[in-house]
Write a protein that binds this ligand. Structure first.
Ligand SMILES: Nc1ncnc2c1ncn2[C@@H]1O[C@H](COP(=O)(O)OP(=O)(O)O)[C@@H](O)[C@H]1O
Ligand SMILES: [Mg+2]
Length: 318
């Protein structure tokens, strides 16, 4: 099966990433353009006897390609997608524009005293614009984290690794324990129903990380992840707890009461936006579109030259 009338030709240069289902390579286009490309190769094995590409996979890749046509500046561009199936094995190849680094690498190179406030604002604004676009098109990311956000040399933020959520979910049972819990919304940890607000939770975790330069909630089991969350946002009321969850409500999961000043040293707007991203109840959590109109983005213009709080204030923590 080929999704493109004319496939791109390229040579692989180096491996740049290894995920749960395959590898990502840096590549160079052969021919006139010589563009740098990222080639993502995913391999799947089916349990079922039926050969061929499952229809849901065809739908997902078609959706990815559709998203590519819009050319949104904050979504990594998919240039080609092809799939080959041999018996119960399937090789899916995605060819993407190459972007210099991911946000995790970018943050690891940040000065120890922190990122400038204008930079944090710019990164968040672009991230939310990308998310708003995905959500408007009814696409959930479901695994938003610094490794899945790319930062170009011109400081453009591009969301990557999206649209495969359903394909990944299908395979996740086969590869347990590979997915980080740190950016996961409580309703996902609690096995409850979820919607686009899961990505806003992750965006909130990333917002905090831009200040802290370390993940906000670092749990290693679902229950521990929830405990870390409640230490900061407070234990929700029992009425907000999803009834169908296999994890039962318990006072021992965290301290009571909700707190709106989640992080010390953030100003009022920063804390307000953060606390609206990190609301336990997904129905009350802020949407990407709404977040973009928050005073954090619209109130302040540029800081007067002497008032720029350039270096953040977390040097004394951890
Ligand atoms: N378009 C790209 N340009 C450059 N590097 C990329 C690109 N896409 C992904 N990468 C790198 O490869 C890693 C894995 O890619 P990703 O799409 O997240 O796959 P996985 O499903 O394996 O997590 C990313 O964390 C990033 O460092
Ligand atoms: Mg990834």
């Amino acid at each position: 099966m080929d999704f493109c009338p004319e496939s791109l030709h390229y040579e692989l240069l180096a491996e740049v990433g290894e995920g749960s289902f395959g590898k990502v390579y840096k590549a160079r286009e052969v021919g006139e353009k010589q563009r740098l490309l990222a080639v993502k190769k995913l391999n799947f094995r089916w349990e079922s006897e039926e050969a061929g590409i499952p229809p849901f996979m065809i739908r997902e890749v078609a959706l990815l390609r559709k998203m590519g046509y819009f050319n949104h500046p904050n979504i990594v561009k998919l240039l080609d997608a092809s799939a080959v199936s041999i018996g119960s094995a399937l090789d899916l190849t995605l060819v993407l524009e190459y972007i210099d680094q991911d946000l995790s690498t970018f943050l690891s190179k940040a000065p120890a005293c922190g990122l400038g406030r204008d930079l944090i604002k710019d990164v968040m604004q672009q991230l939310l614009q990308g998310l708003d676009f995905l959500h408007t098109n009814l696409v959930l990311h479901r695994d938003l984290k610094p490794e899945n956000i790319l930062v170009s040399s011109r400081r453009e933020i591009k969301i990557a690794d999206f649209g495969l959520a359903r394909i990944h979910t299908y395979n996740i049972a086969l590869t347990p324990g590979v997915v980080t819990l740190w950016y996961r919304a409580p309703e996902v940890l609690l096995n409850s129903v979820y919607m686009s607000s899961v990505d806003m939770w992750s965006a909130g975790c990333i917002f905090a990380e831009l200040f802290l330069l370390r993940p906000l909630f670092k749990g290693y089991t679902e229950v521990q992840q929830l405990q870390k969350i409640f230490e900061v946002i407070g234990l929700p009321s029992e009425g907000d707890w999803p009834q169908e969850s296999p994890i039962l409500y318990s006072e021992s999961l965290g301290p009571r009461g909700s707190c709106t000043n989640l992080l010390p040293n953030l100003d009022q707007d920063e804390n307000d936006l953060l606390s609206h991203c990190l609301l336990f109840n997904p129905n009350r959590r802020i949407s990407a579109a709404k977040a973009l109109t928050h005073p954090f983005f619209v109130k302040h213009g540029r800081f007067p030259p002497n008032d720029e709080p350039k270096l953040l204030r977390f040097c004394d923590q951890e």
